[in-house]
Every structure is written in structure tokens, then in C-alpha cells.
Ligand binder design. Structure first.
Ligand SMILES: C[S@@+](CC[C@H](N)C(=O)[O-])C[C@H]1O[C@@H](n2cnc3c(N)ncnc32)[C@H](O)[C@@H]1O
Ligand SMILES: [Zn+2]
Length: 396
């Protein structure tokens, strides 16, 4: 094993003590010989809450695989911050990462409690794809897209109860900037719209659900969100063709008009008129994508309670995110950028709370959305929202 040949610094994150590359020497974390990103602390904090709550729900100690572990920070924190974990096995293809992981395990006195590997993630995952060897939790945290790891991860998880955790940082394909790359990696079209971050989550969920469907595994989202430069998905596995079929019925498309921002979700593109019902412009479409719920509110409640009992580094931000998710109704597809509506209709923006209350008063569902600070998720149409804002202004 080669000794480390690059400068490192000592940091702490949560309860973990870590040596990481001295990031002052690199422009971006991906340039460092071993990857560590301070911004992803929130991603790891939430992962701790999710695994803790999931372990409580399952009622038994969990085995966890981390095929793309880098410094080992995530696995070390799972072991130190969640009591009763049965087994953690970490892996990274990079020899430098392997050496650093080994050092970090020693630093935290975990060398006999966490096993580490140094091989390709697919090979690593495939070695667990046998009855009796499968894991409870797998966390896929790659550079860019998780797509190429999905088959192996699903096969290495317990089919009736596994938890899959995914990060995707390739926002250009997922948000419709690189259409071909989106088709290649996610098998669907994205569109560069004001709600493209929601499309990103729904496209990635479609890929996960259809990949699992081939093994007759039904994958249901427990929590999915978009924040900073990435999206994150937590979903649990159940086996059975009927359960899979019920999920597949919730896949579909979103048609969009780039002239007036009309949009509509549909499970059948052929049943949709090719022109916008509002302005007659030709419609474009995104999908296939997941049209069902993005998260389970009761699971989010439990995460919120768990967060309140802890003192995580990003506690306040997590609380805000979870509260926002609990206000949002993710069965309503897409959200509207209020600033853009006001520009399009040449009206001044009213306070968001007033618009939300006015929409609710007229019988619509309406809330802010965690996806965008300047948008409202509502089942009112674009035109109805504009009329309501105009009315508020006239009454002021
Ligand atoms: C984004 S980093 C992981 C960050 C880490 N999970 C964390 O929370 O800090 C992605 C890691 O995947 C590793 N990697 C990339 N391709 C791989 C492959 N095919 N097999 C195994 N590891 C791979 C890289 O060396 C890198 O350390
Ligand atoms: Zn239109």
C-alpha cells in the first residue's frame, strides 16, 4: 500500500475526525486526489437521519454498503452517530481513497468495525448479489449520474425491504441543458423550464423505478429533493409484480408550451392535442417520468423529529427543508415562478403569502415549494394565478 503523497488537513464533521486533502491546493473538490466536499455535509446529515429512522422502522440492525466512499466520511459518521448498525462495508476504486479511508478508520478507532475494499463499484456490488449476502442499505454517491450503478445496487439489496439512496449531480442533462445526455443516462427527455429541478427528480425516479421493475422490485420514494447543485433520492424496495404494475401506472409525461408556460401532466401523450389549448403554439414534452408522490409525509415527520433531537451541523437548514416538504403537496405536478408571471403580465408581485391565501380562498391547493424560492406550487392554471395577483393589486 502506497503512503499518501499529497498534503492533508485535519477536520471534524459530525462525530467523525478526518484527514482530507488540503482543498486550498485545488480549484474544485473534484480536482483533489480524494474527493471531499464541505457543501455535502447536509447531504450526509440527512442520510444519518434517514438511516436512523429506517433502522427504527425495520426493527433490526442494518447492513450498509457504500460503493463510492472517497474519504470514508459517510460510513464513519453512520457508525459513530447511529447506534446499533450491524455492518458497514465501504469501497472506492481509487487507491489514494483506499489509503485515506484506512487512515480515517484508525483515527476514529473503527478499523475492526468497518471493512474497506478497493475495487470497481460494480464488481464490489455484484459480490453481494446473492441470497443471504444482500444489504439493507446502499448509498450511491457518484460524480455525476448514478444511472450506471443502479442495476448492481438493486441486485445487492434485500428485495423485500432494502433502502436505496442516490445522489445525482449532473444537473445539465437532468435540467434539459444537455438533452442527448439525459436520454442516454435517464431514458427520457427533460426541458429547460422554470420547474426543471422537479423534472430532474422525476426523471431520475423514472429510471430507478423502471430499472427495478425488470427484477419485479417495486421502489417507492420515501424522500426526494433538490438542493444546491444536486438531487437526492431515498426509496424503499418491495417485491411483487402487482406492486410494480401499480407504480408503472404512475409514469407519464409533462407537456409544456414555451410560448405561454402552460403545462399539463399526462399518462398518454397520444391523447394530448399537439397544440397549446391556451395559445395554439406547438407543445413540447418531458418524460417518461415519475408522476407520483416525491416523498412520504409521515416519513418526513419522523425525520423532522429525529433532527430536533440531534445537533447536526446543518440542523436549521434541514428543518427548513423538511417543513417546506410537509407544506408542499407533491401530487400536484410542477410549480410556477411568480416573478416570471408578473413580468409576463406586466404586474407587480404581491407578497407570496397573500397570493397563496388568495389561491386557497378560491379553492385551489397552494404552497411554497422547496424547489424554488420564487415559485408557488398550485393546481391553479397560469392564467388563473395571474388573474388572482391582478385582483390582489386592484384591491390594494
Ligand atoms: C462524489 S465521490 C464520493 C463522496 C463520498 N460518498 C462522500 O460522502 O464524501 C465519488 C467517489 O467515487 C469514486 N469512484 C468513481 N468511479 C468509481 C467506480 N467505478 N468504482 C468505485 N469507485 C468509483 C471516486 O474515486 C470518488 O471517490
Ligand atoms: Zn401556450
Amino acid at each position: 500500500m502506497k503512503p499518501i503523497s499529497f498534503p492533508t488537513i485535519f477536520i471534524t464533521e459530525g462525530k467523525a475526525r478526518l484527514n482530507i486533502p488540503d482543498m486550498n491546493s485545488y480549484r474544485v473538490p473534484t480536482e483533489a486526489p480524494v474527493f471531499y466536499n464541505f457543501i455535502m455535509e447536509m447531504n450526509r446529515d440527512i442520510a444519518i437521519l434517514v438511516v436512523k429512522v429506517y433502522q427504527d422502522q425495520q426493527g433490526h440492525p442494518l447492513t450498509i454498503l457504500l460503493p463510492l466512499a472517497a474519504t470514508g466520511v459517510r460510513g464513519i459518521r453512520f457508525q459513530l452517530e447511529i447506534t446499533g448498525i450491524q455492518k458497514i462495508i465501504m469501497n472506492d476504486v481509487s487507491p489514494e481513497a483506499y489509503v485515506l479511508m484506512k487512515q480515517n478508520l484508525q483515527l476514529n478507532n473503527l478499523s475492526d468495525r468497518i471493512t474497506i475494499h478497493n475495487e470497481d463499484a460494480l464488481h464490489f456490488l455484484n459480490s453481494f448479489a446473492r441470497r443471504g449476502q444482500r444489504a439493507d442499505v446502499i448509498d450511491i454517491d457518484p460524480f455525476g449520474s448514478p444511472s450506471r450503478f443502479l442495476d448492481s445496487a438493486l441486485r445487492a439489496l434485500k428485495k423485500k425491504s432494502g433502502l436505496i439512496c442516490l445522489t445525482a449531480t449532473d444537473m445539465a442533462p437532468l435540467c434539459g441543458v444537455k438533452q442527448e445526455a439525459c436520454l442516454r443516462k435517464y431514458g427520457g427527455r427533460s426541458l429547460r423550464t422554470e420547474y426543471c429541478h422537479e423534472l430532474a427528480v422525476r426523471l431520475c425516479l423514472n429510471t430507478l423505478i423502471t430499472t427495478a421493475a425488470r427484477y419485479e422490485i417495486a421502489v417507492t420514494p420515501l424522500l426526494s429533493y433538490s438542493i444546491d447543485h444536486y438531487i437526492r433520492i431515498y426509496a424503499h424496495l418491495q417485491s411483487g409484480a402487482l406492486k410494480v404494475d401499480a407504480l408503472l401506472h404512475q409514469l407519464g409525461y409533462i407537456v409544456h408550451c414555451f410560448q405561454c408556460d402552460y403545462r399539463n401532466a399526462t399518462s398518454n401523450l397520444l391523447a394530448t392535442h399537439p397544440s397549446c389549448p391556451n395559445c395554439g403554439n406547438p407543445l413540447d414534452y418531458a418524460g417518461p417520468l415519475w408522476l407520483g408522490k416525491l416523498y412520504d409525509p409521515s416519513f418526513c415527520e419522523r425525520l423532522l423529529n429525529e433532527n430536533n433531537q440531534r445537533d447536526l451541523g446543518t440542523k436549521k437548514r434541514i428543518q427548513k427543508l423538511l417543513q417546506q416538504l410537509l407544506e408542499e403537496d407533491s401530487t400536484i405536478i410542477t410549480y410556477h415562478n411568480i416573478h416570471r408571471i408578473c413580468q409576463q403580465h406586466k404586474i407587480n408581485a404581491s407578497p407570496f403569502q397573500e397570493i397563496i391565501q388568495a389561491l386557497q380562498k378560491q379553492g385551489f391547493s397552494a404552497s411554497r415549494t422547496h424547489f424554488s424560492r420564487v415559485s408557488i406550487r398550485t393546481n391553479a392554471s397560469r392564467t388563473q394565478i395571474a388573474q388572482i395577483i391582478q385582483k390582489i393589486q386592484q384591491s390594494d
